[in-house]
Design a protein around this ligand. Structure first.
Ligand code: NDP
Ligand code: ENO
Length: 416
């Protein structure tokens, strides 16, 4: 173990340890930045990292993985182990298979949280793709310093689960942000967005838009299973919105309750994941008095409808869940397990016009994100994302601080 050198290609938010490089043009700046950091050896490029390291992790944009592995892969030290940190494994593993010499082993990984989250106890997926058990054990030993919960999966299983947990969750929050921006609203300045569940919507939406567009684009566009989930989410939103507009109370209530019964069956309910308004009221960007106004929570109803239509049991994915997914599931469960609240939501959906124009924009947005992902269009994704990012940017520092606090608190509350 003492003589093992770890290499990182891509010194972004997720990858800053040991022998490391970023793009060649950033070498001098990074070298200066790390000159006093013991144990971090900044090298000019990935060839030099590859030939000097025993385990090399590619931590670059998912969209670039094939190009970067094609360039540096052939320089990998004989007998080394290679892995990646990209969020979708199919393209990463295909690039490794294609470009790495046959004497190199492949053990990949994926930390299921962002760079600002404490890795302790968070899932960390380990993928034994082309490797001996001895090599897997070595990677496990190296990564054990993160104190994460290791989960051993195939690349395929990993992609299937993360489509359900990550991609569709992001689609919902991206759509909320798009709708608010389209209506030129900062939701925390509006009375109808007051209350704990609304705080979750606002804080997580801003947290996502404060991040880099390529993280979300990559994991949605490159994962074929994600496309289907996001398409169903957009369809569920559209169909529920039409039922609301038409005032079809019985059909609407029946559909919501059938979806709820399928997703929140009895076996799933004997655990402690409840996240209600009481827990979340404290995390508000708003200075307004806390007088909750009934919302129809179309975004939450649609996710349960989507899970139901696709036969997804979200609890089956907890082993591979991100903090955002657990929070999303937590508030959804809170709504569906509270009969009074669910009745209020159904009444509001049919009778109350207050949210109609927000919901119209939300429906357009869900469909537009779905199309953008289906077309596999990274540039369109980037433009959409960055436009909305600009709209919310002035509030990012405060929102990210509050979001971090909220996530920390919720992680404590939902520890199993
Ligand atoms: N951020 C997150 O929450 C998480 C991200 N991930 C995944 O981890 C990977 C890294 O993400 P993250 O660190 O956030 O992204 P960043 O954009 O912060 O980091 C990626 C870095 O790789 C650099 N890079 C690009 N091409 C090369 C190259 N040829 N040689 C060396 N370096 C290169 C990029 O430079 P440049 O900017 O100039 O292109 C950038 O600095 C992504 O695939 C992401 O999907 C996984 C879990 C969580
Ligand atoms: O928790 C989330 O869904 C995030 O947004 C952070 C994130 C982004 C990409 C990953 O591959 C893993 C975690």
């Amino acid at each position: 173990m003492e003589n093992i050198a770890v290499g990182i290609i891509g010194m972004g938010d997720m990858g800053r340890i040991v022998n490391a490089c970023d793009r060649p043009d950033k070498f001098q700046t990074l070298q200066k930045e790390y000159e006093n950091e013991k144990g971090i050896n900044v090298l000019p490029n990935g060839h030099l990292v590859s030939r000097a390291s025993d385990w090399i992790i590619y931590s670059v944009e998912a969209e670039l993985i094939e190009r970067v592995v094609a360039e540096y892969g052939p320089s990998t030290k004989v007998g080394a182990i290679v892995g990646g940190q990209t969020s979708c494994k199919a393209p990463e593993l295909a690039a490794f298979d294609k470009y790495l010499p046959s004497d190199v082993e492949i053990v990949s990984c994926h930390s299921l949280h962002g760079p600002a989250v404490d890795p302790t106890g968070q899932p960390l997926v380990i993928i034994q793709h082309r490797a001996s058990q001895k090599s897997v054990d070595l990677v496990v030993q190296i990564l054990s310093c993160l104190n994460s919960k290791m989960v051993f999966l195939s690349g395929e299983k990993h992609d299937r689960i993360t489509a359900d947990t990550q991609a569709v969750t992001h689609a919902a929050f991206l759509s909320m942000g798009t709708a608010w921006a389209a209506n030129q609203q900062f939701p925390w300045e509006i009375n109808r967005y007051v209350g704990g569940i609304e705080n979750v919507k606002i804080n997580i939406t801003l947290r996502i838009y404060a991040n880099k567009w390529h993280v979300y684009a990559g994991l949605a566009i490159l994962n074929p299973a994600a496309r289907e989930q996001i398409r169903q989410y957009a369809q569920s939103v559209t169909e529920l919105y039409k039922l609301m507009l038409g005032g079809h109370r019985e059909e609407f209530a029946h559909r919501i309750k059938s979806a709820g019964a399928a997703v929140f069956s009895n076996e799933t309910l004997n655990h402690n994941l409840l996240l209600g308004d009481e827990v979340l009221d404290r995390f508000s960007l708003s200075k307004r008095p806390k007088e909750r106004q009934p919302n129809n929570h179309l975004s939450l109803l649609a996710i349960v409808d989507c899970w139901w239509k696709l036969g997804i049991v979200p609890y089956d994915h907890m082993i591979c869940s991100t903090p955002l997914f657990r929070i999303w599931l937590g508030v959804t469960e809170y709504l569906f397990r509270n009969e009074t609240l669910l009745e209020e939501v159904i009444n509001t959906a049919i009778e109350d016009n207050t949210f109609r124009s927000d919901d119209l924009e939300f429906t357009f947005a869900a469909r537009a994100w779905s199309e953008c992902v289906s077309f596999g269009n990274f540039e369109a994704y980037r433009n959409r994302f960055e436009n909305i990012q600009q709209f919310f940017a002035p509030r990012f520092p405060e929102a990210v601080r509050l979001g971090n606090e909220m996530i920390k608190e919720i992680m404590l509350k939902t520890k199993t």
